[in-house]
Write a new protein. Structure first.
Length: 277
C-alpha cells in the first residue's frame, strides 16, 4: 500500500481554514485551532481541541504543543506572528486572499494538500452556483431600478471599507459598492457619497456593532440612510471570513437590499429609528 503523505495533525490559525476543512470533510485532522474557530464552527466546540493564538498573535510553543505536520494561517498577520509560526518548524500554508477567485484557489489548495481535491472542487462549484443564483434573483428584484449605493465597513475606528470580495458580493446582490475596498475612509467622505444602504460588519464584533451610537457620533442622523432606515449590521463572520460561509453573507446582503424578495436571514440586524438615536 502507498504511504499517506497527507497531513494528519493540522493547526488552524484562522476560522476560514477551519471552515474549509469542515467543508471538505477533514475536520477530524484538526489538532488545534483558535477560539474564533470554535465560535463559527460548532463541531469544533463539541470536540476536544487545543486552543491556540491566531495568525495575528501566533506563538511557536503553543503550535508545537499540538505536534502538527501542517499549520494553516491567513490574513491579518503580524511580522512577529509569522516568525513564531516559522519557528515551529511545521509545514506552513499562508494565505492572503483579496477576491472571490483567490478564495476559490485557497479552497482548492487546502483540499489538494489534504487529499480531498474532488471535495474541494465540489465546494467551489457549489459556491459559484449559489452566488450566481442570488445574482439572478437580485437582478429580478431590482428590475429597472438603479443599483442602490452600498457603504460597507469592516471597522469603525478608523473607518475601513470592507474587502474586495465583499465588494464582489455587493455586486452579486444587486448593489454598487461605495469607496475603495479595504481602504481607510473618512466619515465626511462617506457623507459626500450619500449611500443608500450602510452595512457594518466589524472584525471580531459578530452582531454587536452599536449602530445607534455609531450613527450618532458621526452625525449621520439626517442622511438618506437615516431617513429611510437602511442601516444594518451583518455578523462579522458572514462577510469577513474568506470561506464557503460567504454565501450566507451574500444572502444577508441581498435581504438588506431587497427585503421584499429575500427572507430575513440569521445574522442580519437593522435599525429604523436612527434619527432618534
Amino acid at each position: 500500500m502507498p504511504s499517506d503523505y497527507t497531513p494528519q495533525r493540522v493547526v488552524s490559525l484562522q476560522p476560514s481554514a477551519t471552515l474549509i476543512l469542515q467543508a471538505i470533510g477533514k475536520l477530524d485532522r484538526l489538532a488545534a485551532c483558535t477560539k474564533y474557530c470554535a465560535d463559527v464552527c460548532p463541531e469544533v466546540a463539541q470536540i476536544s481541541r487545543i486552543i491556540v493564538a491566531d495568525s495575528w498573535t501566533a506563538q511557536s510553543e503553543q503550535i508545537l504543543s499540538a505536534r502538527p505536520d501542517l499549520v494553516i494561517a491567513s490574513v491579518p498577520y503580524q511580522e512577529k506572528a509569522v516568525t513564531e509560526i516559522l519557528k515551529s518548524g511545521a509545514r506552513f500554508l499562508g494565505f492572503a486572499p483579496k477576491t472571490l477567485a483567490d478564495i476559490y484557489r485557497d479552497i482548492a489548495c487546502i483540499a489538494g494538500i489534504m487529499g480531498a481535491s474532488i471535495e474541494g472542487s465540489k465546494i467551489i462549484a457549489l459556491m459559484q452556483q449559489q452566488i450566481e443564483e442570488t445574482r439572478v434573483q437580485a437582478a429580478a428584484a431590482r428590475g429597472s431600478r438603479q443599483r442602490p449605493r452600498v457603504y460597507c465597513e469592516e471597522w469603525g475606528k478608523p473607518l475601513i471599507a470592507s474587502q474586495r470580495w465583499v465588494a464582489e458580493l455587493v455586486d452579486a446582490a444587486g448593489g454598487k459598492f461605495v469607496g475603495t475596498p479595504g481602504a481607510i475612509i473618512s466619515a465626511e467622505a462617506v457623507l459626500a457619497e450619500d449611500p443608500d444602504v450602510m452595512i457594518a460588519a466589524w472584525c471580531g464584533a459578530r452582531d454587536r456593532v452599536p449602530l445607534e451610537k455609531v450613527m450618532g457620533k458621526r452625525g449621520w442622523h439626517e442622511t438618506k440612510l437615516a431617513r429611510e432606515g437602511r442601516v444594518y449590521c451583518i455578523n462579522d463572520e458572514l462577510l469577513n471570513t474568506p470561506a464557503p460561509s460567504l454565501v450566507h453573507g451574500l444572502r444577508a446582503l441581498a435581504a438588506a437590499l431587497w427585503p421584499e424578495s429575500f427572507p430575513l436571514p440569521q445574522g442580519l440586524r437593522q435599525i429604523t429609528n436612527v434619527r432618534d438615536a
